[in-house]
Ligand binder design. Structure first.
Ligand code: CA
Length: 362
């Protein structure tokens, strides 16, 4: 395997010698000893557990692998630029790269949401499969190229929880007028089902829930939720996170800057993004397991599952929202078609194996 790879690589170099024009010029323009110092902005609060911490490790891996040729300084949201300006900052080259999630750019590119999370969409394993090997990445790259960006899959929250509620949810009518902090496409579905979606910054959620400004909030999963303290002020903790079954996180790099890198540095970045994706999912799984237990043992909160009837209605409303989205926006229609096709092909296989494992064997 190794010999073949080296053989191919040297073959390519030799090949360029026979055609002394473009390739040779390109090779000579890349200085293998050039050092880069990059700024990485993120949409996360500084030192955000697992996710922000993962970005710090990502920078360290790249520093190590490149022998110090590529040094990246990571900034939390608001430290260099406001969190939701990360896309524009990298697109214009103000920062070289960013970590966030594609659904933050829904205002600019509605179709980007499919590369993050769609209610009743896919879990982390399926999202990985669709993006990395099922056609998603090619579409994602094509769409971001218009913004001079290269996207990489670089993390996943894995399945989230449905959220913290101070009202019981027994039927869909219990959602009527319910004020819940819920972002993204999930918020539109929630409103279609009769709820009232409230957008509040992470720092305000606890106080809003405590004071009854909101009746409910979603966040991530047991680990991050516990750190927010919601178990101290909410009566019910509902599952599942129907709106975020496996939210993908992204790394975006300014494409013009990325294209000028030597191929080894480009591979180092791709490898580090892959490792970040893998490690983040593993860490989420471990921490959520531990902290769910902690919430069960420490808090008086009741952990419940949404009634099937409620989930059925939310699912039907999701289809309506997606229909509206895809009929108004050809790009969303194109991405959704790829997403939907993969999901359809994957379902019989997944039902035969994963689903049986979880529901009948485990
Ligand atoms: Ca969430």
């Amino acid at each position: 395997m190794r010999n073949t790879a080296i053989g191919l690589a040297s073959g390519a170099v030799l090949g360029s010698g026979c055609q002394p024009t473009q390739t040779e010029t390109q090779v000579s323009e890349i200085d293998p000893n050039r050092k880069y110092r990059w700024n990485m902005v993120t949409t996360w609060p500084p030192n955000f557990p697992i996710i922000g911490e993962g970005c710090e490790r990502f920078a360290e891996w790249i520093n190590q692998m490149s022998g110090g040729r590529l040094q990246i300084r990571v900034y939390g949201g608001g430290e260099l630029i406001p969190p939701l300006e990360a896309f524009d900052a990298v697109s214009t080259g103000t920062a070289q790269l960013a970590h966030g999630s594609a659904y933050y750019w829904a205002g600019k590119i509605p179709a980007a949401q499919f590369f993050a999370s769609v209610p009743f969409g896919m879990n982390a394993q399926q999202v990985n499969a669709w993006i990395l090997k099922g056609g998603g990445l090619e579409l994602w790259r094509e769409i971001y190229e218009d913004f001079d960006l290269v996207p990489f899959l670089a993390g996943n929250t894995i399945a989230q929880m449905g959220g913290w509620f101070n009202r019981e949810i027994n039927s869909i009518s219990d959602l009527k007028g319910l004020k819940m902090r819920i972002p993204g496409l999930g918020s539109r579905v929630f409103e279609k089902a009769g709820g009232s979606a409230v957008l509040s910054a992470g720092s305000e959620i606890y106080t809003n829930l405590e004071r009854g400004v909101i009746d409910a909030t979603e966040w991530i999963g047991p680990y991050h939720d516990y750190l927010m303290g919601f178990h101290k002020i909410a009566k019910y903790y509902y599952s599942p996170g129907w709106h975020e079954a496996g939210t993908a996180l992204e790394l975006i790099i300014n494409k013009s800057i990325y294209d000028e890198l030597s191929p080894d540095l480009q591979e180092i970045i791709a490898s580090a993004a892959g490792r970040l994706n893998q490690e983040m999912m593993a860490e989420m799984e471990v921490k959520n397991s531990e902290y769910l237990e902690l919430i069960r043992s420490e808090a008086e909160v009741e952990i419940r599952k949404f009634p099937d009837e409620v989930l059925e209605v939310l699912k039907a409303k999701t289809s309506e929202i997606i229909r509206e989205m895809t009929s108004n926006d050809p790009l969303s229609a194109r991405v959704y078609e790829s997403f939907r096709k993969f999901k359809e092909i994957n379902k019989p296989w997944s039902d035969l194996t994963e689903r049986v494992f979880y529901t009948e064997i485990a």
